[in-house]
Structures are given as C-alpha cells and as structure tokens.
Design a protein around this ligand. Sequence first.
Ligand SMILES: [Zn+2]
Length: 122
Amino acid sequence: MSINISLKDSNRGDHARQIDRRPDVCPLCHHAIELTEYHYAYFNTATNQAQLVHRCPRVKCQGLFFANYGLSTSTGRLHFSNVSPTTNVPRTFSDIVSKTSKEFCDIYDQARASESQGHLNV
Ligand SMILES: [Zn+2]
C-alpha cells in the first residue's frame, strides 16, 4: 500500500512522496485508530526523514502526535519508523506482587516507560 502525501521542507519547498502506511494505534491513548488525514507534513532534506502531525480521532483523546518516517533510497518511498511522543500504560501486577512490594511495581513501570522512550541504559 502506498499513500501519496505532500510535504514541506525548511525552505517551504514542496515535496511529493509516498508513505508505506499510517499509524494504526494512538501512542497517547493506545487505542486502535484509523487515520485518513494528517495536519502537517515536514521533510528534513538533511536527514531524509519526515514527520507527519496527526490528531487522534477518538473524542476522549484528540491528542496530537508525530508519525516518523525514513526515506528509502532504493524505493524513493517514506517508510514508517515510529510514533512520538508515547505514553506509558502501567502494567497490572497480581495482588501478591503489588501487596508485597509497591516500590517494585513503581520501579518496573518507570523502567518500562523509560525503555519505551528509547532510554535503554537507564
Ligand atoms: Zn488517542
């Protein structure tokens, strides 16, 4: 699947490109979403990377986020990389774990949130 988009660069130049797909899960509310539009598309000519601004279509969320893409020099298309920012969904621990050590549960969730943001050495 290829989707035609129009991007702007830092000099307000126009770029017509294709993306391979849109995000299908909101990184803020973590619900499945179906995006049909974007609000702004930026192409960084120095890094060959693109960012599309989306708004979650769920009424209870409506958060803004970026879909990040990298340019494939072989296909000339922008390939989906990730979404940002992301929020952490706390893990639900069993009663015995959470009653034994609330601190463990908190530290686990903090480490998981840090990992999801790309901080792998924290
Ligand atoms: Zn959302």
